[in-house]
Design a protein around this ligand. Structure first.
Ligand SMILES: Cc1cc2nc3c(=O)[nH]c(=O)nc-3n(C[C@H](O)[C@H](O)[C@H](O)COP(=O)(O)O)c2cc1C
Length: 364
């Protein structure tokens, strides 16, 4: 996610650009009372001096926030520090365990003055990339953008990793650079290839030190990939591609594989452990609804006001049009079901609220 506060638009421009490059969703931090041309300088200074946390008018559900592992946090430098609305934002959410990548625009305070250490203090349980932040002079945002276009964030990370490795600088800050390389899209197989290639020039002892650290950072991916492959082998149907189009209506990662697009649509939907879709309703003037056929794993189907039904391979549920419901994996199991779309007239799906963590955790 790319969260940012911007008053005169420079930081917003950089945020848009980071969002374009990374695919991160944008979130604008908006104070309830906007700063005006007349009061911005005095108010910003008073708030900083008094430690005032201005209330915000933009908020995210903590549940939604939990889905993000990496958060870019952007702001202008105000009075050599972090603008107070960003304090309000950072204190509002539990960001423990997340990687925070700060970026800021300024009119001369190119080091960010105290702002980066303030972010680190406000997020004691997060990994704040205090060495890998981005900074642009507010006057030059446009130029900075085109200069940056020539090298992607991923390429920059690659260069940083190799430069540090070749000097044998494989200490704790190297771990931060590896984390940022991963956040910028370098995959497990790519980092293995990068370090192996660098080994021929920097020497194997330095490369081995880097391998050991990279192994821990990309470990999760390896486990996830292994589990997914093993699960896919247990099922006749393919897992398919990440279900990006509907991701906004799901908690966790789901995948979609079209099985048949003729006569009636049939799709295989796979949910990783813990993944489920929001409550939703298939509307139709006539006919409509869906049939779910579980083909592997274990999951649940629940209609509004009723007890959840556990589904394993071979179980079928009929979902009539107009019935509010959700479906998804058990917390400890992958889950796949075919969706058969029952033809109907004027059909559309209404997406509602997510299933709360509490309700989900209480399913027996
Ligand atoms: C209240 C206020 C205080 C500022 N303080 C500083 C500062 O201490 N150092 C600095 O380099 N720029 C300072 N600036 C300039 C902004 O950081 C710079 O113009 C920035 O790019 C604005 O970003 P925005 O367009 O996203 O609001 C200040 C601007 C304002 C409005």
């Amino acid at each position: 996610m790319v969260a940012y506060f911007s008053w005169s638009g420079n930081t917003q421009q950089v945020a848009n650009w980071i969002s374009d490059k990374t695919g991160g969703e944008l979130f604008r931090i908006i104070p309830e009372v906007e700063y005006t041309e007349d009061d911005v300088f005095d108010r910003a200074q008073d708030e900083l001096n008094n430690g005032t946390r201005p209330p915000l008018s933009s908020h995210i559900d903590q549940e939604v926030m939990e889905q993000y592992d990496v958060i870019f946090v952007g702001f202008p430098i105000w009075w050599y520090d972090l603008p107070m609305p960003v304090w309000s934002f950072l204190e509002e959410y539990d960001l423990s365990g997340k990687t925070i990548i700060p970026f800021f625009t300024h009119n001369g305070s190119s080091s960010g003055a105290s702002s980066i250490s303030t972010v680190a203090e406000l997020c004691p349980d997060s990994t704040v990339l205090t060495d890998d932040y981005f900074t642009y002079s507010g006057n030059n945002v446009d130029e900075a953008e085109s200069a940056e276009d020539k090298l992607s964030l991923k390429e920059r990370s690659l260069i940083t990793v190799v430069a540090l490795l070749s000097q044998g600088l494989t200490d704790t800050s190297f771990v931060h650079h590896l984390e940022s390389a991963k956040a910028n899209g370098i995959t497990k197989s790519e980092i293995a290839e990068i370090i192996t290639h660098a080994a021929f020039y920097a020497g194997w002892p330095k490369a081995w030190a880097a391998f050991r650290l990279a192994k821990d950072i990309w470990k999760e991916d390896a486990n996830e990939a292994d589990e997914k492959t093993a699960y896919e082998k247990s099922m006749l149907f393919p897992i398919g591609q990440p279900n990006d189009t509907f991701a906004q209506y799901f908690v966790g990662q789901s995948y979609l594989a079209p099985v048949s697009k003729e006569q009636v649509g049939i799709f295989n939907v796979t949910f990783e452990p813990g993944c489920r879709n929001n409550w939703h309703i298939h509307h139709a003037e006539k006919g409509g609804g869906q049939i779910l056929v579980c083909v592997a794993g274990r999951g649940f189907y629940q209609e509004w006001g009723k007890t959840p039904i556990c589904m394993t391979a071979g179980d079928v549920v009929n979902i009539p049009a107009g019935v509010k419901h959700w479906h998804g994996a058990a917390p400890d199991s992958w889950f796949s079901h075919l969706v058969v779309e029952v033809p109907g007239e004027n059909t559309h799906t209404e997406w509602c609220e997510p299933v709360s963590n509490e309700d989900y955790a209480n399913i027996k």
